[in-house]
Design a protein around this ligand. Structure first.
Ligand SMILES: Cc1cc2nc3c(=O)[nH]c(=O)nc-3n(C[C@H](O)[C@H](O)[C@H](O)COP(=O)(O)OP(=O)(O)OC[C@H]3O[C@@H](n4cnc5c(N)ncnc54)[C@H](O)[C@@H]3O)c2cc1C
Length: 600
């Protein structure tokens, strides 16, 4: 029995022999009572440098079948509880950073993949889904919301959402489809995701940093054998009221702020195409609020404001349709409400709540586990994705990808951590330097700490002019000075004046679709949308910069003229005329005119 070896295994001198013993043996017989002693022991061994090869240990009953429990112990870095948007997106983001995870879900796969709930994805959510590689099917659907209709007592106002937000749109794509894509990707890549999980119990999540990590016990549906996960961190993505994870935090630590509204929503899923292919928010001073949202391909979701005391029996179909018609119909417009079978109906008391903290020692929370928003806001899924995106990136160990934005973040996030969150630890600042050094040694193209690239940094595309014409970051200085960030982090597209409506053919862009072209589809602008407006203003704004010692710095080059007060007490007025033939000639001429201000 392994338990018999315990004293030797804990002795440092015999550790090597013990590890060899463990590696040779993958099966042990354990009595239920000894299992508790052995688990911490295995953890210590697994975390040992020499034992990295062991990623999965199974312990099974082979000797005493009548008295022992068959059990499995699994090892991972992050155990995620819940596989809806927060848990699934977190799993994908962690895997992108090379961090192993196991996702546990109490429902079946078919339930999760068919549960119709959220449907409206904000642009930031679409960008994250695209970044983690599940954007393909999403981009094929054409339910893009460029406008939102807001109606007061029948007066409809259309807000050009896309126009007002520099081309950003909302995309209608059901939560069930998002989950299908994420689950499919995870299972195909062999990452662990287990459905039909029961009796999840969390232990040791409050352990000190230098002790054994958290442990999760669970069983699988139809099998009473207990299994364990040993992990470094637990992500509580278990949804509304966090039925599993939140009760593992002492009640005096948790603080919930809640707003309960004096009405309820009647939420309806109807099998009928939407009457208007965009969202309608309608407030009627007498009858109340109504919302029409879209659930492609064939359904419409409606929300009706109803009394808190109402029950479903108070709302027969006829009353529902009459109420929807009078609340949603616009004045002076011919408009017909499409009716159809009501597939789902539910009454929700309306409340919004936020619970803090989002982290308790080694247990982190995300999504509905810590904040609930009324479904009419269409924010829950989007906020869940934002939570995990903000908290999952590993900026402490190099750059997650060679994507330019990530590289800039790789310098900025640790530095910010140092300034704002954790100013006592110099390792954050050092990480910013390390990350900057890493990218500069591979891709640094021009003096002053800048690097440039198109979508991703690429070897072989090192002409600084090409770089500056696409995207350029002066990441380290921007990372270390919050005030510099806006101006120097992202200097883009100075040559946007040359944009044409054609695919660039000389490999300027890694993306194979149209980039930097003026045609009216937001996906061709993507995250660089703001560049089109900002390229020239940023470029001219950054040509000449004031230095800390009252000097002037020609940070980028273009034919230009600058007049500024410089020197001690700003006592000298200088005018500099810069002449160059960029990009056809590398020579730059500066002509100076200097006047002492007290002689002006
Ligand atoms: C009718 C309706 C319409 C909505 N419309 C929108 C919209 O248009 N846009 C929008 O952004 N949001 C919308 N929302 C909100 C959105 O659906 C939620 O905010 C979102 O699902 C939250 O995701 P989550 O991953 O945090 O939690 P959840 O989706 O609640 O997922 C939690 C998961 O954890 C699992 N779990 C719980 N306990 C355990 C346990 N002990 N062991 C294992 N697994 C466990 C649950 O089974 C569940 O799968 C809507 C919600 C509803 C109800």
């Amino acid at each position: 029995m392994l338990v018999d070896h315990q004293p030797d295994l804990l002795d440092d001198n015999n550790r090597k022999a013990a590890i060899e013993f463990i590696i040779r043996r993958t099966c042990w017989s354990l009595s239920p009572s000894s299992c508790h002693h052995v688990v911490p022991l295995l953890e210590r061994l697994i975390s040992n440098e020499n034992c990295k090869l062991i990623t999965h240990l199974s312990i099974s009953s082979t000797v005493e079948p009548t008295t022992t429990t068959s059990s499995n112990i699994h090892r991972t870095q992050v155990a995620i509880i819940g596989t809806e948007p927060a848990g699934s997106v977190l799993g994908a983001l962690l895997s992108q950073s090379g961090i192993d995870s196991i996702v546990l879900e109490r429902h079946s796969r078919s339930y999760v993949e068919s549960n119709i709930r959220a449907g409206l994805l904000e642009q930031a959510t679409v960008d994250v889904l695209d970044d983690i590689g599940v954007g393909e099917r999403l981009f094929q659907n054409d339910f893009i919301q460029r406008n939102i209709h807001v109606q007061f007592d029948g007066e409809r106002i259309t807000f050009p959402l896309s126009e007002l937000t520099h081309g950003r749109v909302a995309t209608t794509y059901g939560q069930q489809f998002v989950l299908q894509d994420l689950i499919d990707q995870r299972i195909k890549s062999g990452r662990r995701l287990w459905f039909d999980i029961e009796s999840v119990e969390i232990e040791r999540h409050d352990a000190a940093d230098d002790s054994s990590g958290p442990l999760i016990r669970f069983t699988r549906c139809g099998n009473s054998n207990e299994e364990c996960i040993l992990c470094d961190f637990i992500a509580g993505c278990d949804g509304v009221l966090s039925p599993c994870c939140r009760r593992s935090v002492p009640p005096n630590i948790l603080h919930t702020i809640e707003r309960v509204y004096p009405f309820a929503w009647l939420s309806l899923l109807v099998e009928a195409p939407p009457s208007t292919k965009e969202l309608i928010y309608s407030a009627n001073i007498i009858y109340g609020f109504a919302l029409q949202s879209i659930r492609p391909p064939r359904s419409t979701r409606f929300h009706l404001q109803v009394s808190l005391n109402d029950t479903l029996a108070d709302w027969p179909d006829e009353r529902i349709w009459n109420e929807l018609k009078r609340r949603l119909k616009p004045n002076n417009l011919s408009w017909t409400l499409n009716e159809g079978p009501i597939l789902e109906r539910a009454l929700f008391p309306i409340r919004a709540s936020v619970t803090t903290p989002m982290q308790y020692k080694r247990l982190f929370f995300a999504g509905d586990a810590v904040h609930i928003l009324p479904p009419t806001g269409a924010k829950g899924l989007n906020t869940a994705v934002k939570d995990v995106q903000s908290n999952a990136a590993n900026w402490m160990n190099g750059h997650r990808t060679k994507h330019n934005i990530n590289i800039a973040q790789g310098c900025r996030e640790p530095a910010l951590d140092s300034f704002i969150v954790n100013s006592s630890d110099p390792c954050f600042i050092q990480t910013s330097y390390n990350n900057s050094e890493q990218v500069m040694s591979e891709f640094g193209q021009f003096s002053g700490g800048g690097f440039a690239g198109d979508e991703n940094c690429r070897q072989g595309f090192s002409d600084p002019r090409q770089g500056f014409e696409t995207c350029a970051f002066n990441s380290l200085s921007a990372a270390l000075d919050p005030f510099l960030a806006r101006s120097t982090r992202y200097i883009t597209c100075p040559n946007s004046i040359q944009l044409v409506n054609k695919l660039k053919t000389k490999g300027q862009f890694q993306n194979t679709f149209l980039m930097l072209v003026f045609i009216s589809d937001v996906y061709h602008y993507r995250c660089c949308a703001h560049n089109f407006e900002c390229g020239w203003p940023y470029y001219s704004e950054e040509l000449w910069l004031a230095t800390w010692n009252n000097g002037l710095c020609a940070s980028m080059h273009a034919a230009s003229q600058v007049t500024a007060l410089v020197g001690p007490n700003n006592g000298i007025q200088v005018t500099i005329v810069e002449e160059n033939e960029y990009p056809f000639d590398d020579t730059i001429h500066f002509h100076f005119q200097i006047i002492e201000t007290n002689t002006i």
